[in-house]
Design a protein around this ligand. Structure first.
Ligand code: GUN
Ligand code: FE
Length: 467
């Protein structure tokens, strides 16, 4: 039994920020957050009240106190990342999606037939994401069942909350013979095997790692496979992840083949559920957004990747104003950075570009579409509570009933690019963090109450979260 499942209730005390809504930041100057043996938050209160003082006294040495100057945030939720593309990060971004897949990405993903290679890459990837504060990651793996099982086991061993999908792709026109499912039947059988494997992993109850049904995207899958996976989603209640309306090519391909948009087609296949994550969605129109909203499905906005493959910016504000669930993804390796803080600032910057336009040859009044900007609070919400809402999981907030998944930001860390000044408001502090914090500032990371990243030499390193 893992150490964090012992019966000791623990607490953390310190300055904390979270965003309960897309436009609302809530600050706790001196929070006392109590966590039960399963890593769930049971109480959040002001440590300086009478009741807070009583709880502090009762909990005594079970309270971990954040060092002065540090700020506790909910852990980051990366809604879309391709685990096998990790070795390609930061490279191979010169081609459009339809050529990038065949030229670079399918050959790389095919290498995961080698389970030793998968084990090495995935261990490095999961460690790097945790160090960047990603406490929940939604992974596309490759089409290899053993390598995908290794990814799930790696997440569980390192203590990262994760959704893991074995990629299904059987369409002979899009997928090369060397990297393609033999048949729809076989792809379904392997998906079933992954679901059973993850659900039975020792130590994964209550689940930290979840299986996800993962048709790569409509172009890569036959209708038969898409129908099978839709039925499997209904049968198992599993999350679903796929790419939707990502680029002109992809969007047009689906229109030509299915006679409708991605959203309508995915709905018809039974692949739009409350637990569906659609990556990108740049070309979803009003009708599509309504379909997505009515299904309770969500969108993984991947702002950097969209610049390379979509030649467009996802109309985030339009989606939020229509009550569509949205969070953020890195889309490694279509996006280059594993940092959700980077994704958050990219989301802010891209929204400004969509809002005001970018071509200086056009007059200022007509250069942009307007009403498209978001600010740092919304970006932070997307990276935390918004992502949790997309996944229908209780993560991203410091609230009773939510998991204690958190990062401690240390502005005084070596290599820091910023400082927080006394007297600055919580909104200003968050603005600096969203724009300037890096991996260097992430001092500690907890998932389900377990310390997964701790300063070297600290008493809790690699085990329990408190000294
Ligand atoms: N569409 C289908 N596969 C992929 C992929 O690996 N990356 C991105 N960005 N889009 C895809
Ligand atoms: Fe992707």
């Amino acid at each position: 039994m893992a150490a964090w499942r012992d019966d000791v209730r623990q607490a953390v005390r310190g300055r904390a920020l979270h965003a309960p809504a897309a436009d609302r930041l809530e600050a706790f100057d001196d929070a006392l957050i109590e966590v039960d043996a399963a890593g769930m938050i049971v109480a959040v209160q002001d440590a300086r009240t009478e009741q807070g003082a009583a709880r502090l006294a009762a909990l005594a040495d079970r309270v971990a106190v954040l060092p002065p100057g540090q700020v506790l945030l909910p852990g980051f939720v990366d809604l879309h990342i391709h685990a096998p593309q990790w070795p390609q990060r930061g490279t191979a971004l010169d081609l459009p999606l339809e050529h990038w897949l065949g030229e670079y990405t399918f050959p790389l993903e095919a290498r995961y037939a080698d389970a030793d290679y998968a084990a090495r890459v995935y261990d490095d990837l999961v460690a790097a994401l945790l160090a960047n504060g990603t406490t929940t990651a939604v992974y596309f793996a490759s089409l290899h069942l053993p390598a995908t099982q290794i990814l799930a086991e790696t997440c569980l061993r390192r203590g990262q909350r994760a959704l893991v999908g074995r990629v299904a792709m059987d369409h002979p026109e899009i997928c090369p013979a060397a990297y393609r499912d033999d048949s729809a039947e076989q792809a379904e059988a392997q998906t079933r095997a992954l679901i059973a494997h993850i659900r039975a992993l020792p130590g994964n109850d209550p689940p930290l790692v979840w299986p996800a049904i993962t048709p790569r995207f409509i172009p890569a899958c036959t209708d038969d496979l898409l129908h099978r996976l839709g039925r499997l989603a209904a049968e198992t209640g599993c999350h679903v992840q796929t790419h939707a309306s990502e680029s002109d090519w992809e969007h047009g391909h689906v229109r030509d083949r299915c006679g409708m948009t991605d959203a309508a087609a995915l709905g018809g296949f039974g692949l739009l559920t409350r637990r569906t994550v659609l990556a990108h969605g740049n070309f979803l129109d009003d009708g599509d957004l309504r379909i997505v909203r009515d299904a309770g499905a969500g969108i993984a906005h991947c702002p950097l990747s969209n610049v390379y493959f979509a030649d467009a910016v996802f109309p985030l504000r339009a989606a939020l104003s229509r009550a569509v669930h949205v969070g953020l993804g890195t889309d490694i390796a279509g996006g280059a950075s594993p940092s959700m803080l980077d994704a958050a600032r990219h989301a802010v910057a891209m929204s400004r570009a969509l809002d005001s336009g970018v071509d200086p040859a056009l007059p200022r009044q007509t250069r942009g579409r307007g009403a498209a900007r978001i600010g740092p609070v919304t970006a932070f919400w997307l990276a935390t509570a918004g992502g949790g809402m997309v996944l229908d999981l209780p993560v991203g907030l410091f609230r009773p009933g939510y998991a204690f998944d958190a990062v401690a930001i240390d502005p005084q860390a070596p290599g820091s690019n910023f400082a927080l000044t006394r007297g600055e408001s919580a909104a200003q502090a968050l603005e600096r963090i969203v724009h300037l914090a890096t991996r260097a500032n992430i001092a500690r990371v907890w998932v389900a109450g377990r310390a997964v990243i701790s300063p070297p030499g600290s008493p809790e390193e690699g085990s329990l979260w408190r000294a």
